[in-house]
Structure formats: C-alpha cells, structure tokens
Design a protein around this ligand. Structure first.
Ligand code: ADP
Ligand code: MG
Length: 240
C-alpha cells in the first residue's frame, strides 16, 4: 500500500532523510519511532506529499507521490493524516469540521457528508458534542474528532504523527483506544509514536530512525526482544 524506496531529502546542505526504504502492506500497522530530530515527521509527511523529497521514490496504492503528473490533492484526499496538534478548524463547529472536506473535496452532498461525519463521530464516542466548537472540547476529544474527520473521507491509509504527545496523560488512553480499534479493523496505518504499549499491542513492524536513516525495520516482537542497533537499545532502555 505504501512503498518508500531510497528516499532522500535535504534542507539546503542538511540531509534530513538518507535513503529511507520501507513498505507498509495493506492492513499493516507500522510504528515509526526514534529520537527527536531523527526525521520521523519529515518521513511521514513525504508519504502524502506534504514534504517534497529530492531522491528515491514513494508509491501509495501504486501512485508515485513525487511524479510531476500525480494529482497530489486527489492522492492526499485518500490518505488520512492526524497531527500532534489536532488542527481542527477553530471557527467551525465539530459537525462542520467533519463535513467540510467531504463536501469541498469529494463533492458529497451536505446530507451525505453529515450522515457519514456523524457516524464516525459516534464511533469515537462524541456524537453528543456535534454542535460544540473545538475550544469547548478537551485535547483528547479534539484529537478524536480529528480522527473521525479523517475517517469520514474513506481513507485507504492513515498517517499519525505523534497524535498523543500534546495530550495530558489522562487523555492519552482514549485516543489510543480509537487507534487500536482502527488497527484491529484492518486499517493500513503508519504511526509515529513513542507509546510503546500501543506498538506492542497492534504494530506489525517497528521502524526505528536515527539521524535521518532507518536503522531498524523489524517485526515488533524482534524489536522489543532483540533490538539490533545500539541506538535502538539505548532508546528502548530510556523509554520503557
Ligand atoms: P522528528 O519528527 O523525528 O523529531 P523532524 O522530521 O521534525 O524530526 O526533523 C528532522 C530534522 O530536520 C531536525 O534536525 C529538524 O531540525 C530538521 N528540520 C525539520 N524541518 C526543517 C525545515 N523546514 N528546515 C530545516 N530543517 C528542518
Ligand atoms: Mg516529529
């Protein structure tokens, strides 16, 4: 579903990604972890074309992300993305947040968009909050709305960039629960997170990054029991 082949990217002279290769098969959950500044956010943003890259290739569902002829907005509409800071539209109600892109990007009618949006809002347990504005919700609730909004677009895959790292500890669980449910239903997911409990529960593989390189790309059990690189060992020792 997602295939990266020797992806490299520079900011001026600084190489932020060095020949990163990995694949996410349909229905798989790949957790991306590694020290701060190792390139995790940059990597995940290249997948839906939010960050351009200079070398290598990325294919999503067979479509080349970097190719000039690729319709990036169309591709992006098929890939759900959830960020650290919720990124809901602050001036729109929860319901409008859920329907806007469905209407504008997918051309759905207001009625259909509302029906689908509310279905996913119900699924994340927030149906009663549809008339509120984002500022009236807790961080955990906002992030669940952001996930529902992404799901309402019928994505073929979901990308998460540290979706719980800006949340108060007591709200992390409610967001992870939604993500675990999605994973168990077979959603293809690429998740940057340091929540190793989540990784242990649902990840198929762990990608460990250091200084712009993918230094490990291993089945979950192997990563936790016998990490190969010294950096991953140190990372696990600190985080668990
Ligand atoms: P991570 O998500 O693993 O913390 P990032 O992908 O955000 O890492 O950043 C990787 C590296 O690229 C960092 O050293 C960061 O300072 C640098 N970087 C990120 N964005 C930019 C940018 N727009 N211009 C220059 N350097 C950047
Ligand atoms: Mg990051």
């Amino acid at each position: 579903m997602i295939e990266l082949t020797k992806v490299s990217k520079w900011y001026g002279d600084f190489q932020v990604l060095s020949e990163c290769s990995t694949t996410v098969a349909r229905g798989d959950v790949v957790v991306v972890c590694g020290p701060s500044g190792s390139g995790k956010s940059t990597l995940i943003k290249t997948v839906n074309g939010l960050e351009p890259f200079q070398q290598g290739e990325i294919r999503v569902d067979g479509i080349s992300v970097g190719a000039a002829q690729t319709d990036l907005p169309a591709l992006r509409s098929k890939i759900g993305m959830v960020f650290q800071n919720f990124e809901l539209f602050p001036h729109l109600s929860v319901r409008r947040n859920l329907t806007l892109a469905q209407v504008k990007v997918l051309g759905r009618s207001e009625m259909e968009a509302t029906e689908r949006g509310l279905k996913y809002l119900d699924r994340v347990g927030l149906l009663a909050h549809q008339d509120k504005y984002p500022s009236q919700l807790s961080g955990g609730q906002q992030q669940r709305v952001a996930i529902a909004r992404a799901l309402a677009m019928d994505p073929i895959a979901m990308l998460f960039d540290e979706p719980t790292s800006a949340l108060d500890p007591e709200m992390i669980g409610e967001v992870l629960d939604v993500m675990v449910g999605l994973a168990q239903e077979g959603m293809t997911m690429m998740v940057v997170t340091h929540e190793m409990g989540f990784a242990r529960k649902v990840a198929d593989r762990i990608v460990f990054m250091d200084q712009g390189r993918i230094v490990e790309d291993t089945p979950k059990d192997e990563f936790f029991s016998t990490p190969r690189s010294r950096r991953a060992k140190e990372f696990l020792a600190r985080i668990i």
